[in-house]
Design a protein around this ligand. Sequence first.
Ligand code: 3PG
Ligand code: MG
Length: 403
Amino acid sequence: MAIRTLSSLGDLAGKTVLIRCDFNVPLQDGAITDEGRIVASLPTLRALLEQGAKVVAMSHLGRPKGEPEAQYSLEPVAARLSELLETPVAFATDTVGEDAERVRAALQDGQLALLENLRFDPRETSKDADDRAAFAGELAEGADVFVSDGFGVVHREQASVFEIAKALPSAAGMLVERELEVLSRLTDSPEHPYAVVLGGSKVSDKLGVIEHLLPRVDRLLIGGGMLFTFLAAQGHGVASSLLEDDQLDRVRGYLQQAQELGVELLLPTDIVVAAAFDADAEHETVAADAIEQSSFGKDGIGLDIGPDSAAAFADAICGASTVFWNGPMGVFEMPAFAHGTKAVAQALTEIEGLSVVGGGDSAAAVRQLGFTDDAFGHISTGGGASLEFLEGARLPGLEALGL
Ligand code: 3PG
Ligand code: MG
């Protein structure tokens, strides 16, 4: 079944539209450091406002523990939204309390309000479906329809994502529609050669996607903190680098499976090893099978893929017609360890076919490294959500919209 889209909701002039966005953006001292998710939400918001709807937007930010915490307030997002849309955005300091009621009552046709962080209410993420349904019911009060446009949270079975879609006539917004359009091209009939580049710190976060993708891809490139578990699975010492001991057997299984399937599994051949996890730490490049022979011995920590590996990865990417990338190659936030991530990003901008950057961290990385969004085929707003989509997992937030 196809997902329900905005047009299924009919004319929205004068209607109150409740919209779930994913405004979970990184903040530093109250300043938004990557506004990609806010910018990506603008087309749907504009479309609703232009139709003359009263728009009530909601989102979570971070992982507060079910009660208000000032550092997780969405107020900076309301301010930025207002600048980007060039229109006032009313901000409610709660979600279903007195202030939300006041803000909603004052809303006129073609105006937008943002509610405070949904996760300040424990019912949003409660394990108890009745609690979540109760919260969804309160959020839905006074609204005519629900639009789901927070692609980054569609893998969460949470009140404002799942239960609410059943409490009101509901449909996907344009951001979700576009994400599905692009990501389906990766799952349905990708053009070959198809390369997937995985990085980030933990193998355990990527198990499902590796399993699902191995039979489907031509090349799998592994970087980031997770690469050390692969090196260790091949019998190499990794000194003090990140290592998930409990995943070694599984990773050995992947190496074996890749060989059987004829998938080219690329691991780095050189590593930038540092004396400590620090931006100014002393560092040197060593062969991937000689990490413990660096000058730092057992204390050495691998923080990036080396230049030979970066060049080999770039070649493997440039020769592909479809590339999906999730997870930085190294600690890109520290300039000394950003080269591998930069080389991979650069290669993605140069391919002829479809390049997709998935995920919060990788998206933030490419922007922080100075690339513009339009240099890539698509930058997904979903991290976990895009991975789970590629895994073929059940996504509650999409299921609730008829997918
Ligand atoms: C994300 O940033 O991955 C999404 O906003 C979902 O957030 P969560 O992982 O805290 O549910
Ligand atoms: Mg997440």
